[in-house]
Each structure stands twice: as C-alpha cells, then as structure tokens.
Ligand binder design. Structure first.
Ligand code: NDP
Length: 244
C-alpha cells in the first residue's frame, strides 16, 4: 500500500492497559499506529509486536504529553508528511488523596497529564486534520469526571475538564468533518486499578464485575469507523451500569 493511502492512529499512553488494547484494536481495523508512552519501553515494545503481527506498522514515540518541546521534536517533522486520521488522548494518571491531605503537586500533576496533555498533543494534530478536512479525536475520560469520586478531587476535576473540552472542540470543528467524542470507562482491570479494594467495589457495580480494556477499545474502534460518521460531542460510558 502506498504511504499516502495508509491510515494512521496516534494513541497516547499506549503502553498501559487501555491504550494497548486500543492500539491492538485499531491495528486490526487497518490503522498503522503511532504509539506514545512515557517510560515503559518494554510494554510499548510488546504492543508494537502485537500491532506488527496483524500486518500494520507501529512507530514508537516516547514523550511526556505535558512537555511541549518533546512533543514538537517527535511530531513537527512527521506532520509535514503525514496526518493521523485518528487521535486517541488516552494518557492519564491518578494520585488519590482526600482533599484535606492533597498536596498542590498532586493536584497540578493529575490535571496537567489530562488537560495540558490534551491541549499540547491535540493542537498540532488538529491543525493537520483541519487542512485535510477529516479526522476523529477520542478522549478517554472517566466515570469519576461525571459523578465525582471522593479521594479523587484532582482526577474528577481533570476528567470533567476533558469532557468540557471534548464538547467545545466538537462544536468548533464539526463543519470541517473532524469528529470529537469521549469514552468514559468505569472500573477497568489495568495497572491503574490493580491496588483497589475489589471486594468493596464490586457490590457497587450493577454488572458485578470490572470491565476489560478490550471492552473500552471496541467502543473507540467503533467511534473511529465509518459506522460512527454522524456522532460527535458525545460522552459514551463503558461502565457496567455504575453511572447512568
Ligand atoms: P495505565 O496506568 O495502565 O496506563 C497509563 C498510560 O499512560 C501508560 O501508557 C503511561 O505511560 C501513560 N502516561 C502516563 N502519564 C503520561 C505522560 N505524562 N505522558 C505520556 N504518557 C503518559 O492506565 P489505564 O490503561 O488504566 O488508563 C488509560 C486511560 O483510561 C487513562 O486516561 C485513565 O485515566 C483512563 N481510565 C482508566 C480507568 C481504569 O479503571 N483503568 C477508568 C477510567 C478511566 P508509561 O507507563 O510508559 O509511563
């Protein structure tokens, strides 16, 4: 296939549980993957192997989504040649504490990965998508940003902010055929939830179980497909019924 015909998806935080599943799923849908992660080179290399095993290319990009200089070093030259059709803003991080104990650093760091990360990565990709008059942006938010969760004032604020940004951007770019949506997972079995007290959480989930990264990835795949051509500005829950 010629380079200009290959469709590309950039996934941030692609070395983690949900990002890895999204990368594998989009590769199966025919996308070449630009896989961003911060530090876990081994996990990223395993995802690249999985992507290549279904016949797609995978470009590894290790940068911090809050670092504008590093983002520019990885993306500026590439974007002069190629434009991703899909951007999934998935990189995220939590640092839980009750507000009375939360430090300003814990507040700032969690907001920065979600919100500065969204702004800094989306801006150069969006400019390229607008020139092509096509694109799909999917932001991974959280039930925590919809309902609020005690111990997560920082994370709930970060994800609620990203929900607002999703809707505002969707309105700005709908006429240019760039669709912007959010997927909002509940409790999903990954590194992020590995140390949570499961026995206390399970009774609060109507479906009685944690979700899998693949169950989130399949919704992202749908939103990036032709079947979702009339969906924009939506927040789609994948949460086993814990928030309605
Ligand atoms: P993981 O902890 O498994 O993975 C997080 C990923 O984000 C890793 O690839 C990590 O890279 C990357 N990352 C973190 N900070 C940065 C940064 N500053 N720059 C670049 N990459 C970064 O998390 P999940 O897969 O569970 O979560 C993925 C997304 O889903 C997050 O946005 C999270 O908030 C959201 N989510 C998760 C839920 C869950 O139950 N698991 C529920 C609701 C939402 P590396 O490890 O290489 O440093």
């Amino acid at each position: 296939m010629a380079d200009h015909q290959r469709k590309i998806a950039l996934i941030t935080g692609g070395s983690g549980g949900i990002g890895a599943a999204i990368s594998r799923s989009l590769a199966c849908d025919g996308f070449d993957i630009w896989l961003n992660y911060r530090s876990n080179h081994e996990a990223a290399a395993r995802v690249a192997e999985a992507v290549e095993s279904v016949g797609r290319r995978c470009r590894l990009m290790s940068f911090d989504v809050t670092d504008p200089q590093s983002i520019a070093e990885h993306l500026t030259a590439l974007l002069e040649e190629q434009t991703p059709y899909v951007l999934v803003n998935n990189a995220g991080f939590s640092k839980d504490a009750l507000m009375v104990w939360m430090t300003q650093a814990e507040w700032k760091d969690v907001l920065s990965v979600s919100l500065d990360g969204f702004f800094l990565v989306t801006k150069p990709i969006l400019n390229a998508m607008l020139r092509k008059r096509e694109g799909r942006i999917v932001n991974i938010v959280s039930t925590s940003g919809q309902s609020g969760v005690p111990g997560q004032v920082n994370y709930s604020a970060a994800k609620a902010g990203l929900i607002g940004a999703t809707k505002a951007l969707a309105l700005e770019v709908a006429k240019r055929n760039v669709l912007v949506n959010a997927v909002s997972p509940g409790f999903i079995r990954t590194e992020m939830t590995a140390r949570l007290p499961e026995e206390r959480i399970l009774p609060t989930i109507p479906m009685g179980r944690f979700g899998t990264p693949e169950e989130v990835a399949s919704v992202v795949s749908f939103l990036c497909s032709e079947r979702a051509a009339y969906i924009t500005g939506q927040i789609i829950g994948v949460n086993g019924g814990i928030y309605m």
